[in-house]
Design a binder for this molecule. Structure first.
Ligand code: GCU
Length: 328
């Protein structure tokens, strides 16, 4: 694995050197890594964005998208970005929390009252401030993509926190996700998304939590048969660009990329709803997954201390207050 990573990093930086030396004569090509497959809505929304960037810059900036984690897991991709080997990454707030604590504000369970509240945050001032917060950590956020609400899935229904007792639940490598599972009474097991199918199949973990597209596009519904809709978090996907790359771009190209990114967030909004509905239908009809309605209150009560604690944490308190103020 380590060997592979090193080889990959070397190959990529050779390719990048070639691109850079040509850049006086040719277009700038930005490499974008993400871990979903080509049928996933977020891949399609980023294709939309790449097309718009090309049009707005008259072909001077092109974005080449590498899906399926082929350039590494989300974490490895962020490390490659910080080392200058790749230019853009589509990650999510959960994973980014370890690189920039501000993203942790999104990861607090039940912070959003509903989807409208979530959209007010990601399209408002607080959303922009969080995107801009990481410049000194080597990356700048460009936009958010809806990734729905996350719920538990396992071989049995999970209708209350007590059902999680003794269960190993895969989480993303995020301190907030780990704490959430602990407070609910389960055993958190951080793993990369790409390792999860096998981990579920081999019983390395007993369950996981994600939006319904994980059942279909990542095929977890082949292995796991109950999706219990407690909707504990609404965690956005986030498109980021290397600060070094960003700072070198002329203002008109920065404006074009920012506009295309924002437009693709709105394009994604409808696409996400349509494709999630389709994923649920496919999971139920062709994969035999049962969707279970859940009383959310016991889950909300179990994680209440997290919200209280966040309001006392200087790294995120002001973001949490601003998100809370957008609830109606
Ligand atoms: C979501 C998210 C991915 C993330 C995945 C995970 O699907 O869109 O960016 O990797 O959750 O649980 O790891």
């Amino acid at each position: 694995m380590l060997w592979n990573k090193k080889v990959l990093a070397t190959l990529i930086s050779c390719a990048l050197t070639a691109t850079t030396s040509l850049s006086a004569y040719a277009a700038t090509t930005l490499k974008l890594s993400h871990n979903q497959d080509r049928t996933h809505p977020v891949h399609k929304s980023m294709q939309f964005m790449a097309k718009e960037v090309k049009a707005l810059t008259h072909g001077e900036v092109r974005i080449r998208i590498y899906p399926n984690g082929q350039l590494g897991t989300q974490r490895e991709s962020m490390e490659l970005l910080q080392n200058g080997a790749i230019d853009m990454v589509k990650s999510n707030a959960s994973e980014l929390e370890s690189f920039e604590p501000a993203y942790g504000a999104f990861n607090i369970p039940y912070i959003f009252h509903d989807k409208a509240h979530f959209y007010r945050a990601i399209t408002g001032d607080v959303g922009e401030k969080i995107l801009a917060s990481s410049h000194d950590k080597g990356f700048v956020g460009l936009t958010y993509y809806d990734a729905g609400a996350r719920s538990f899935y396992a071989q049995k229904p999970i209708k209350s926190p007590s059902d999680l007792k003794g269960m190993k639940i895969r989480v993303q490598p995020s301190p907030t996700a780990v704490e959430m599972i602990q407070l609910m009474g389960g055993s958190p097991t951080p793993l990369a998304f790409g390792e999860l199918y096998t981990a579920l199949q081999q019983g390395v973990v007993d369950g996981a939590e994600n939006n319904p597209t994980a059942l279909t596009s990542a095929r977890h519904g082949e292995v796991v048969k109950y999706y219990s809709q407690d909707e504990h978090t609404i965690i956005p996907d986030v498109l980021v660009i290397s600060s070094k790359v960003w700072d070198k771009l002329p203002a008109d190209q920065q404006a074009a990329i920012k506009k295309a990114a924002t437009d693709s967030m709105m394009y994604h909004k409808d696409l996400w709803t349509k494709m999630t509905d389709k994923a649920i239908e496919k999971a139920e009809k062709s994969m035999d997954v049962k969707f279970v309605k859940v009383d959310k209150q016991p889950f909300i009560d179990a994680v209440k201390p997290m919200h209280d604690k966040a309001l006392k944490n200087p790294a995120i308190a002001s973001y949490v207050q601003q998100i809370d103020a957008l609830a109606k």
